[in-house]
Write a new protein. Structure first.
Length: 261
C-alpha cells in the first residue's frame, strides 16, 4: 500500500481520461456527472490534455474527444485487447466451418482498421494478410456496419476525420444525402455490404458489434464474387455473424468485465 495520500490532480486526470475513453464525444456536463470533478477544474484539465495532444474539441460546441495519441499510453501493454480476445476464437470457429476468411475492424482516425483476421486459417483468402489495413467507412462493409450503428456524435466525428483522409473511396462524402440513405438502409436491415464498385472480385457482409455502452466494432465474412451473389452470401452467412455478435456482447457485458479491459 502507498505510504502517502494519492496526488489528487493525478487521480482527477486519470479519471477524466477513463471517462473520455467510454464515449466517442463527451460534454462538460456529462463528464462532471460521471467524475464529480468541478466544472472549472474539468475545463483546466481538458485544456491541459488538449495542449498535450491527447484531447481535441468535438464536432459540436462543448464536446471533447480523445485523439490517437492516447495509444502511446498503452504502448508498453502487450496483452491482447479484450475485444480481440473475445472475438478472435469465435471468428476462428466460423472460418473453420465455412472456410471463407472473417475479420474484425474498429474505427481509427476516419477509417475502419482491421485488428483481427482469419486469413491465415482460410484456404480461400485473396490476401496474405489484412491486419492494420485501413478501410473506407463509406464503401467497405466493415466500415459501413460500424458507421451506421454508432451514435450521431461519433458518426459526425468520424466523417469529419475521414474528410481529410487521402482515400479516393471517401468521395462518397460528396453526396451526403445518398450516404445517409445508405446508412439508414443498413440500420433497417441489420447488416452492411461492400459497395459493388470496390474490389469487385470479392464480396463482404458485415454486422456491428456491441457491448453494454454501444457499438465497439464490426465483423465480416468475405467470399469470391464468382461463387455466389450478395443475396446468397447474406442468406448463408448473416446468421453466423449475428450469432458471433450476440456471443461477443454477452462476453463483453458479463459481470466482472470492466471498460477497456
Amino acid at each position: 500500500m502507498p505510504s502517502f495520500p494519492p496526488v489528487e490532480a493525478v487521480v482527477r486526470a486519470v479519471t477524466l481520461l477513463e471517462c473520455l475513453n467510454r464515449h466517442p464525444v463527451s460534454s462538460i456536463a456529462q463528464l462532471h456527472f460521471q467524475t464529480e470533478i468541478p466544472k472549472p477544474s474539468l475545463v483546466r484539465l481538458l485544456q491541459t490534455l488538449e495542449g498535450m495532444g491527447y484531447v481535441r474539441r468535438g464536432p459540436k460546441a462543448g464536446g471533447y474527444m480523445l485523439t490517437s495519441k492516447v495509444q502511446l499510453l498503452a504502448c508498453g501493454y502487450h496483452s491482447q485487447p479484450r475485444l480481440v480476445e473475445v472475438v478472435a476464437p469465435l471468428l476462428d470457429a466460423v472460418t473453420e466451418a465455412i472456410k471463407w476468411p472473417a475479420a474484425l475492424a474498429v474505427p481509427s482516425n476516419g477509417a475502419a482498421v482491421i485488428c483481427y483476421s482469419t486469413i491465415p486459417n482460410s484456404p480461400l483468402a485473396l490476401l496474405h494478410n489484412s491486419i492494420d489495413m485501413r478501410l473506407s467507412l463509406f464503401t467497405r462493409a466493415l466500415g459501413r456496419a460500424y458507421l451506421a450503428f454508432c451514435d450521431d456524435d461519433e458518426r459526425e466525428a468520424l466523417i469529419s476525420m475521414a474528410d481529410v483522409v487521402d482515400n479516393p473511396e471517401n468521395a462518397a462524402l460528396q453526396d451526403r444525402r445518398s450516404l445517409d440513405a445508405t446508412l439508414e438502409m443498413i440500420r433497417r436491415q441489420g447488416y452492411a455490404l461492400r459497395d459493388p464498385k470496390v474490389r469487385p472480385v470479392s464480396k463482404t457482409v458485415a454486422v456491428p458489434l456491441f457491448d453494454g455502452q454501444g457499438v465497439v466494432g464490426s465483423i465480416g465474412i468475405t467470399w469470391f464474387t464468382s461463387t455466389m451473389s450478395d443475396e446468397e452470401g447474406v442468406k448463408r452467412y448473416l446468421g453466423l455473424l449475428q450469432d458471433v455478435a450476440a456471443e461477443a456482447k454477452a462476453a463483453l457485458t458479463a459481470p466482472g468485465q470492466s471498460d477497456g479491459a
